[in-house]
Design a protein around this ligand. Structure first.
Ligand code: NDP
Length: 488
């Protein structure tokens, strides 16, 4: 029995034997990620298996005897097997003979090859790594087959231009890079999801704010979750799931800073970027600490069907408030009512001020502001004495070329003795554990529900991000770039 001891550094190898299908392909594999392993039956011994989490991290999986549909085409006669004696070529995905054609015909798929020596024996395996061992196995003892190949390419999204007004997809570039190998003190993560967030839009401008602007020519940074594929870091083990801030890329090399473990058993890993992560925490801190809602009060939430807004509204329900949500489509309004919002309106359909007159004739006590603009002005008008405004964000303003005029009724802040308080959630991580425990309980008992809009493929990340400003998400907007535990 052979084990794939350390599938870590992709990029290395391949290979094996056979009599039957010599070429097996990963249906979802890209040359970047390729890794496929099939059982190799060695004369009655157990088939080879890659059985630990590290293998899963690399998307290594078996292809069974019955999986013919997944094979590109495989010679069933030993004579049809084309020996390939050059591992370097295999690594590059360029095999001679029939294999080369196979690779070119299916560039998006995996490869395989057979390495045979002059005695027509197939040297088994070959992960070119320190711990891997080659074993020789006579062809006639083999009737399984496999292959593994990892071409070692990752992709990342770089910012290549600064927007003026609404950004276009041309400001982003998808770039291939080698999958990194960790040095001492480093680890490599294969991302499953990364987050796209409205706050990233102001960071595209060349203007220092509470956080530095993105650097042109570099990958976009931000929240991401993934599995440790290879580690030479004392704190993080291969196979662990982690949250980090290295953002828009398929594979990330990290020194472990700004990284924490997440437990895939407690909740889906994607929630670490949404309801149980930064957006949920933003809702929690803003609502309870700054909004200070009391039972029976009325709370208005704008951007209510988004990641922060949907959590804030439900938390206000948990606090015993009457909650009104504003959002941009029928489908969103229906979801808000399902979540327990008492009322919801589409701000495209009528002025916010009119909606509030109808839905909150006696006024509101707390306004959780994700949007700014006319929502803020209308909310100031509707707030009762001693009302509170939680100034969380101003997504309606992020694409403005020139700063727009503020609410025209600011004097009401004085006359109504209102409190308006902005905040940046990263200042408050000392409260994260408290949030996480409480929100985890609420999610488990069904009082805090969530949705995610998941866009597949790193090439679609710019579209996903820009979709935030067109209201294309319900709940948290995420980009999926690799397997998550539920794919196993
Ligand atoms: P969302 O999931 O809410 O996505 C953005 C949503 O904004 C869209 O779905 C869209 O919904 C709405 N929107 C877009 N353009 C407009 C517009 N012109 N007018 C009204 N609504 C618009 O994002 P998040 O939950 O991640 O973020 C919500 C807010 O919270 C943002 O302002 C963000 O900057 C802020 N934030 C602040 C933090 C802090 O530390 N203070 C931390 C994290 C987020 P619709 O269809 O309803 O229009």
């Amino acid at each position: 029995m052979r084990r794939l001891d350390d599938p870590g550094p992709l990029g290395e190898l391949v290979v094996e034997l056979t009599r039957a299908p010599a070429r097996v392909a990963g249906e979802h594999a890209r040359p970047a990620q390729l890794a496929e392993l099939v059982g190799v039956d060695l004369g009655g011994q157990e088939p080879d298996r890659v059985e630990d989490q590290r293998a899963r991290a690399l998307d290594v999986h078996e292809v069974g005897e019955d999986d013919d549909g997944r094979r590109l085409h495989g010679p069933t006669d030993v004579d049809d097997v084309v020996p390939v004696d050059d591992r370097g070529k295999l690594r590059n995905g360029l095999c001679d003979g029939g294999l080369g054609a196979s690779v070119q015909d299916h560039p998006e798929r995996a490869v395989l090859g057979v390495l045979a020596d002059e005695h027509d024996r197939a040297p088994e395996v070959g992960i070119d790594q320190a711990r891997a061992r080659d074993e020789e196995v006579p062809l006639d003892r083999l009737h399984g087959h496999i292959i593994a190949l990892m071409s070692g390419v990752s992709r990342e999204v770089r910012l290549v231009g600064r927007p003026r007004g609404e950004p276009g997809e041309d400001l982003f570039e998808i770039v291939e890079t080698p999958i990194p190998e960790p040095a001492d003190g480093q680890l490599v993560v294969r991302n499953a999801y990364f987050s796209v967030d409205p706050y990233m839009r102001p960071r595209m401008n060349d203007m220092r704010s509470y956080v530095a602007p993105f650097t042109l020519g570099e990958a976009m940074t931000g929240g991401a979750v993934g599995q440790v594929a290879a580690s030479r870091h004392p704190r993080f083990a291969e196979g662990e799931w982690v949250l980090h801030q290295l953002g828009w890329r398929e594979w990330a090399l990290s020194d472990g800073s700004a990284m924490r473990e997440i437990d895939p058993v407690v909740a889906p890993v994607s929630t670490a970027l949404g309801v149980l992560g930064m957006p949920g925490f933003t809702a929690y801190y803003g609502l309870f600490e700054l909004g200070t809602p009391a039972e029976g009060e009325t709370v208005l939430v704008s951007g209510a069907a988004g990641a922060v807004g949907s959590a804030a509204g439900q938390m206000a329900k948990i606090a015993g408030c009457r909650v009104i949500g504003s959002a941009g489509s029928e489908e969103k309004l229906a979801w808000l009512l399902e979540l327990g919002f008492d009322a919801a309106f589409d701000y495209h359909e009528r002025p916010v001020r009119d909606a509030l007159r109808e839905l909150a004739p006696d006024g509101i006590d707390v306004y959780f502001d994700n949007v700014g603009g006319d929502h803020l002005e209308a909310a100031i008008g509707a707030l009762r004495n001693y009302g509170r405004i939680v100034a969380c964000g101003s997504v309606a303003r992020y694409n403005d070329v020139e700063p727009s005029a503020g609410p025209r009724n600011m004097f009401m802040v004085v006359t109504k003795r209102l409190r308006i308080q902005g905040y940046i959630i990263s200042d408050h991580y000392d409260r994260f554990r408290e949030f996480h425990e409480r929100a985890g309980d609420w999610v488990r008992d069904g009082r805090l529900r969530y949705r995610e809009t998941v866009i597949d493929g790193i090439e679609n990340a710019p579209r996903a991000f820009l979709g935030l400003f067109r209201g294309e998400n319900i709940g948290k907007m995420l980009v999926k770039v690799g397997p998550d535990p539920s794919d196993a």
